[in-house]
Design a protein around this ligand. Sequence first.
Ligand SMILES: Nc1ncnc2c1ncn2[C@@H]1O[C@H](COP(=O)(O)OP(=O)(O)O)[C@@H](O)[C@H]1O
Ligand SMILES: [Mg+2]
Length: 390
Amino acid sequence: MKTIAVIFGGQSTEHDVSIVTALASVIKPLELTKKFHVEPVYIAKDGSWYWDKKLKDIKFYQSGEIEDYVKKAAKTHILFDNGLTLVKSSQFAGRKQYKKIDLVFPAMHGTHGEDGELMGILEMANVPYVGCNVPSSVIAMDKILAKQVTESAKIPSTPWTWFYSDELAHGSDKILKRINSLKYPLFVKPAHLGSSIGITRVTAKDQLMNALEVASHYDDKVIVEQGVENLVEATLPIMGNENPVPALLEEPLLKSEDFFDFETKYMQGGKKGTGKNAGAKASGSQGYSRIPADLPKDLYKAAEELGLNVYKSTGCRGIARVDMLVDTKAKKVMFNEINPLPGGLYAHNWNKAGISNVELVSKLIDYAEEAWQKKQKLATAFSTNYLKQF
Ligand SMILES: Nc1ncnc2c1ncn2[C@@H]1O[C@H](COP(=O)(O)OP(=O)(O)O)[C@@H](O)[C@H]1O
Ligand SMILES: [Mg+2]
């Protein structure tokens, strides 16, 4: 039996969402396969790592017991031994507990996890892992980089510009000049955050400076986009490596004037649960999104194609979700953003596409192994006489 470490939590605004993804959408179906030993690895809000069977129980977090636990429990180390081994002190003084990991399933959302940082550690350990690799995670989690890469692949998005927050501190003239070429309303966004944190919809010039300052407060890079009119949003979960397959195009149902905020996305549970915890509540999630999206056939097809092109051009592998903005009058599909690890794996959508939660995690593990095998074939050694010259 293979041992799989599921890593979740972390230093991110989406810490709690990650717990639900890990426990409900990853660990539960992995255990149902009866093919794997699952080792939960929880990263606390301060960045400390813990590895313990107890960490598989949602009640542990709901009751607040977790706060007490992290104060007392032994922290976990990782050993890089041409692979990855978890290490922690046991209750017997001087003795340590070891567990060699065969594959890692990251279930992290947001900063310090979904953004490529964790993937860097896993690459260094040369352990197979599920989902996007370092470069694709980095690109996906930076709205500016994602637009730059997709633009070079001729994938359309709404007109946009960007600046470093530092630039704004040194004067706004040049930045405002660039923004002037965009039509209102504008969307001002921090480059790396999610859940609409720090995003402002700007309808008039006198609101602009404030919006730029708010976004700069949250991030070192800020993107300013022209608002898409006659908007229908569409999101496409995708999985696979070289030959990715789409799930169903999903249409979040909301008014464009009160665009997603954290509250709408996560806090309304089954009622408005199109957000990252939606996977856990397949039926509830349908209340606030439509699967498949209600778009004319040609636009549906165009969105599906655009989503797959984004996935390929940014080098995604394993799983991701591509979000698009559709101007239904102009009949134009535009790329908006990529989520390398969609909340709850977007299992509710995969389920509708005929793939059960167990099949979903099993396929993701196969993709992880395939990607790892391929990497092993690349040469990492090259002999030279370099050392002898000294
Ligand atoms: N250019 C745009 N035109 C119209 N609506 C937009 C635009 N950009 C963002 N929005 C609205 O704001 C929401 C949040 O923006 P998004 O870029 O998806 O950020 P987040 O990472 O917070 O999800 C989108 O789901 C959409 O409703
Ligand atoms: Mg979004």
